[in-house]
Design a protein around this ligand. Structure first.
Ligand code: UFG
Length: 330
């Protein structure tokens, strides 16, 4: 049996495809390379360059491989862009997922692991956040991800498409081989920005606000190693193959770090100077986002073993020093 990974040339998708291949799964990748990198999916024998909204292509893929599960990453994921161009997010994320689900239904594929996000919660009422907490997205990106989660659940109710939604907190780090890593254009994520500054590719890191109600005034996030996230997808597929039914899980380390703590850790790991400039708050940033991942540990047997902040920064730094221009395709 094969697993279809949509968005398998993206950051989390490529690490998940690598983990699937490492355990001997047959992997089929579909990616339109709008934000993904062909090189990131190099190890995958079956690669289709195309869009999830291309229903004829989806039928061709489902007709050519014995696919028993889909892991669905393909989506736009920039919070700020989603606020200025929500239509792009509804079209690619929501309508794209509808196309995928319709073709899964037509082709008798009954399992999907969905790439969701902590952004579905919006401003949390308490931390650590649990899966049963209120979902009230504060941006269009999170709104589309919540809509996708819900749409998938209706396809379960009507057509028996069993699903696991994984709500990631802050993915960071790179594969231990150093072969794949994080490369977004434009880059907006804190860890790669800090390491680009350490490499001298940026003059400084802008800290977006130091007047939050936290110990050092900067925002606290829950950073989780991308390969630990990848492991959770494999465990989610296993759960679906065992027929244990649909579920939703938070994926985080349960420990928060402030922006200043990340920069300090990066200074220690790299031995480089990292200049900072304090700027005004970025719109829509909650002060603290930390996950409770107890449910994933209990029900999936998930054990995030690379998510101490030292390992996250060390593996990300190894990737950045080996690939100062990223994949070099943008
Ligand atoms: N930050 C800076 N300077 C920068 C970049 C980020 O101070 O140059 C701060 C942000 O204000 C935030 C923290 O660093 O407080 C982390 O920011 P990121 O952009 O790396 O990550 P976010 O927490 O904003 O968002 C990430 C994903 C989203 C997802 C969200 C869910 O990028 O897709 O986590 O928690 F929705």
């Amino acid at each position: 049996m094969a697993i279809l990974v949509t968005g398998g040339a993206g950051y989390i998708g490529s690490h998940t495809a690598a983990a699937l291949l490492e355990r001997g799964e047959e992997v089929v990748v579909l990616d339109n390379l709008q934000t993904g990198h062909r090189q990131a999916a190099d190890g995958c024998t079956h690669f289709y360059e195309g869009d999830i909204r291309d229903e004829a292509l989806l039928d061709r893929i489902f007709g050519s491989h014995e696919i028993d599960a889909v892991i669905h990453f393909a989506a736009n994921s920039l919070v700020q862009e989603s606020m200025t161009d929500p239509g792009k997010y509804y079209h690619n994320n929501v309508y794209g997922t509808l196309c995928l689900l319709e073709r899964m239904r037509a082709n008798g594929v009954k399992r999907i692991v969905f790439s969701s996000t902590a952004a579905v919660y919006g401003e949390p009422e308490r931390v650590p956040i649990e899966e049963t907490d209120k979902t009230e997205p504060a941006n269009a990106y999170g709104e589309t991800k919540l809509a996708m989660e819900r749409m998938i659940r209706w396809f379960d109710a009507a057509h028996g498409i069993q699903n696991v939604s994984l709500r990631y907190f802050n993915a960071a780090g790179a594969h231990e081989s150093g072969r794949i890593g994080e490369d977004h254009a434009p880059e907006t994520h804190l860890v790669p920005i800090v390491l680009q500054a350490a490499l001298g590719k940026r003059p400084h890191v802008a800290i977006f606000g130091d007047d939050y109600p936290t110990a050092d005034g900067t925002c606290i996030r829950d950073y989780i190693h991308v390969s630990d996230l990848a492991d959770a997808h494999l465990l989610a597929v296993d759960r679906l193959r065992r027929g244990e039914g649909s579920a939703v899980y938070n994926l985080g380390s349960g420990r928060g770090y402030s922006v200043r703590e990340i920069i300090e850790q990066a200074r220690r790991e790299t031995g480089r100077d990292i200049p900072v400039v304090v700027q005004p708050r970025r719109a829509g940033d909650p002060a603290v986002l930390v996950a409770s991942s107890e449910r994933a540990k209990r029900e999936l047997g998930w054990n995030p073993r690379r998510s101490d902040i030292g390992t996250i920064i060390r593996t990300a730094w190894a990737w950045h020093t080996a690939h100062p221009e990223g994949y070099g395709d943008r």
